[in-house]
Write a protein that binds this ligand. Structure first.
Ligand code: NAP
Ligand code: MG
Length: 505
């Protein structure tokens, strides 16, 4: 084979491994021609290159979205047609399920079972909104005499959607599905750490028949592209999931143009384990609550409060089982816990653990960066349980976003609720008790958007997901989300026999 041919083949291979932007229905390189590397956190290896969007590309994407919204057909399609296309997106995702799972694992280092569950939920989110949008409608309100009022739910316009790296495809689905269901146009900015499945989702949307310009995907950095979208006067809404400090900045900047804003931010979610709980269920649920997705979940139940009488018994079982959790090849179904997203996050996690150690807390298990055989270049952290903490320690107050649980005792229900609510956050919470009256009483007092009663799971298509306090506002994953991608237009009509002459002139 000649050198030239070989070179061409190499270029072709590169192309296959290079993911492009999607703007106005076209895949394209970035205007600058720059690309960035995507790393598999389990191995530290580069797995793909992605066109790096800049503000020039973001500008093109906003223009395309604006044009599609103002002049295009999508929002005017009969709702059944949009619904059918959402179902078609879900159908294509189903047919590419294994590929999406594989890509998600390579991109994030998460375990097979976690990735499978999340890709399946992303599919079901499109199916959910395909159904929900059909019955999403305005209201008719009675007025006196010959007046009538009805409301219409109109799509809000061009939405910027900023996605985090912990659940790349699922978080994209939570945002893309309801937005396009209502007729909005979107510019999606995936996290630069994990852009691959969102790009594939954009391609699937096109294949399913979403018109050009309705779904645009611009992988680029938050501080440039993300910020540009947030400040852009032609963007009507920003939906953001990520850290609380960045969320605050977004809210501030969005105020200049009074954009609609929904924020899904950090958490430090408590689990209250009462002495009348099924202890084994509480142990297993709490293991899942903190160690699933390597603790990189906004609703990770990272603060455990256990009633005094059962504390020793609970801890013995909790620690024993935590020690049995396996870290390893994310593609092996026996692996419980996958990798941490990158070195920086690993250092953040370890910093919190070492500060707790220094403050006199007891590291019951874990407490160190892990080395995993065959994956020495990856980023791993040992499942960690910390006790003997006080409520003012950093590790108790701040979101660690890693596989680290802090555990404290409580005396009674009142103290349990006080401790649970003593946080700037209010996203998830869990109550473990077999006393129904107590479960009801306590869940009413917890200041959080989600309460899980004897249950480790918080998010199903149809369940509102979102926070109180500094965990953000707005709800995703539910019917109400559709309202947040719409404006309510109130239409007042008069059908009287006589013309009105209100000023009597
Ligand atoms: P982050 O900075 O808030 O990033 C989340 C998303 O926002 C990414 O797409 C990011 O882009 C983008 N972004 C960053 N700065 C922005 C800005 N000024 N304007 C617009 N968009 C911006 O979160 P992170 O740095 O990846 O993680 C830090 C901490 O955030 C974690 O330790 C965890 O505590 C928390 N976090 C929470 C969630 C959650 O589900 N609530 C998810 C992820 C992280 P790029 O990263 O591509 O630059
Ligand atoms: Mg950041």
């Amino acid at each position: 084979m000649s050198m030239i041919k070989e070179e061409k083949l190499e270029q072709l291979d590169m192309k296959r491994g290079t993911y492009q932007l999607i703007i106005n229905g076209q895949r394209m390189d970035s205007q600058s021609g720059e690309t960035f590397a995507v790393i598999n956190p389990a191995t530290g290896e580069e797995i793909a290159r992605v066109a790096k969007a800049s503000v020039e590309d973001a500008e093109k994407a906003v223009e395309a979205a604006r044009n599609a919204f103002d002049k295009g057909k999508w929002r005017h399609f009969p709702v059944n047609k949009r619904s059918r296309i959402l179902n078609k997106i879900a159908g294509i995702m189903r047919s590419r399920f294994n590929e999406l799972v594989e890509l998600e694992i390579l991109d994030t280092g998460k375990s097979l079972s976690a990735a499978q569950g999340q890709v399946m939920q992303a599919i079901e989110d499109f199916e959910f909104y395909a159904g929900a949008i059909v019955s999403h409608r305005g209201s008719v309100n009675s007025l006196p005499g010959a007046f009538q009022n009805h409301t219409e739910q109109e799509p809000v316009g061009v939405c910027a959607q900023i996605i985090p790296w912990n659940y790349p495809l699922m978080m994209a689905a939570w945002k893309v599905a309801p937005a396009i269901a209502t007729g909005c146009s979107i510019v999606v900015k995936p996290a630069t750490l994990t852009p691959l499945t969102a790009i594939v989702l954009g391609e699937i949307c096109l294949e399913a028949g979403v018109p050009a310009g309705v779904v645009n995907i611009v992988p680029g950095s938050g501080s440039t592209v993300g910020n540009y979208l947030v400040e852009h006067k032609n963007v009507d809404k920003v939906a953001f999931t990520g850290s609380t400090p960045v969320g605050k900045g977004i809210m501030e900047k969005a105020s200049n143009t009074l954009k609609r804003v929904t924020l899904e931010l950090g958490g430090k979610s408590p689990s209250l384990i009462f002495n009348d709980a099924d202890i084994d269920a509480a142990v297993d649920g709490s293991l899942f609550g903190i160690f699933y997705n390597s603790g990189q979940s906004c609703e990770a139940r990272s603060r455990l409060y256990v009633q005094e009488e059962i504390y020793d018994q609970f801890m013995e079982k909790f620690i024993t089982k935590a020690k049995k959790l396996t870290l390893g090849d994310p593609f092996q179904k026996e692996t419980h816990i996958g990798a941490i997203i990158n070195q920086n996050q690993l250092d953040v996690i370890d910093g919190f653990v070492q500060s707790a150690r220094k403050d006199g807390a007891t590291i019951e298990t874990g407490g160190a960066i892990a080395s995993v055989k065959g994956f020495e270049e990856g980023f791993w952290y040992e499942p960690t349980i910390i006790s003997n903490v006080s409520h003012d320690m950093e590790a108790v107050r701040e979101e660690i976003f890693g596989p680290v649980a802090v555990v404290m005792k409580f005396k009674d229900e009142k103290e349990a609720v006080e401790l649970a609510n003593d946080s700037i956050y209010g996203l998830g919470s869990a109550v473990w008790t077999q006393n129904h009256a107590r479960a009801t009483r306590v869940s009413k007092q917890i200041k959080a958007g989600i309460v899980m009663i004897n249950c480790p799971f918080s998010a199903f298509p149809g369940t509102p997901f979102g926070g109180y306090k500094q965990s953000g506002f707005g709800r995703e994953l539910c019917v109400e989300t559709l309202d947040l991608y719409c404006e309510t237009k109130s239409i007042v009509s008069y059908y009287g026999d006589k013309p009105l002459n209100p000023l009597g002139v």
